[in-house]
Design a protein around this ligand. Sequence first.
Ligand code: PLP
Length: 393
Amino acid sequence: MNINKNYQNLKEGYLFQTISEKVKKHSKENPDLKIIRLGIGDVTRPLAPPVIDAMHKAVAEMGMAESFRGYGDYEGYSFLRAAVCGYYAKKGVALREDEVFVSDGAKSDLANILDIFSSGNTVVIPDPVYPVYVDTNIMAGRKIIYMDGNADNAFLPMPKSGVKADIIYLCSPNNPTGAVYGKKQLERWVSYALENDAVILFDGAYEIFVQDRDLPTSIYQISGADRCAIEFCSLSKTAGFTGTRCGYTVVPQALMRDGESLNKLWLRRQATKFNGVSYVVQRGAEAVFTKNGMERIKGDISYYLENARIITDALTELGIWFTGGKNAPYIWLKCPGRMSSWEFFDVLLCKAGVVATPGAGFGANGEGFLRLTAFGDRENLIEAMGRIKAVCG
Ligand code: PLP
């Protein structure tokens, strides 16, 4: 028998493993040092009380014959899909319930959506990038064209004439760079996709961090996007669901390719390969979209954004170039003194006891950059930035 040989083309997932080994070694050599991690992409604030209350109630329902639920709809319960539609209505986007598919998070859907596209398609992916887009397409053997993000385009690459794409990945606010596309830039991407008969896979996992009112928080705020884009959202960073697992994917009814409705293809795919997200979790997710739930989670988002401000203030004081941190939980900084990503990583670890993520792990264009995240605890963060200032000042 043959295995899928495309897996042999994957790069080793060495980034977080190497970081962990380096940190372990440094801790062993300096047992009294408190290491502060500013590199992790996981949240630290607990689930909001309205979410917990809703899940408790749902657990109780599952324990009574009259309210017990077995298999739910593949697409998610109507109560949650309606709540998502209500959330989009506030953004000025009219969605129908049958355009919303509840998921166990954005990562699986970003990978699984590829089932409905031919492996002969050409994919355009920004570099640096969230590694899932690259690896899932390598696994399927698709041709990948990278689009360069760099300091000159503020890490917001734009369509290039002469490049023919079928599938385009956009992530805004971006992981790892924290950069956010403006309306005019997304309008150009939508025009390009429509002209090329391409589909944009828009990753909106960090949309809730956008504070500037003139920045789009959904691709569907751009006219024509319902004919060329699929949007992936997650409650992971929005509401602390990284361990609870829930997200949603929007596939508009107007989105047709090859004479087929992509909504219907996706429904068919889900009905065959997915049995839905648990009732208890969906009730918790529904609570996120209530007035009370939104108020609580926005408090957590403000906490993270204030962390980001503390980081960016320190970098500004040090004269270090960065992007992100204003409408995103990620800060992407240029390593001072022309250091490589790993060189500056080692300096911060060995001299400041601070762990960052080397930008080189997110693609060739990430070399010479580091990613910091705002998801940590405030006190530790302040201490970490004080140590970085002492080392780099
Ligand atoms: N998209 C981006 C850009 C991410 O950074 C992440 C998680 O870090 C995800 C998607 C996946 O999120 P989820 O926890 O919903 O699978």
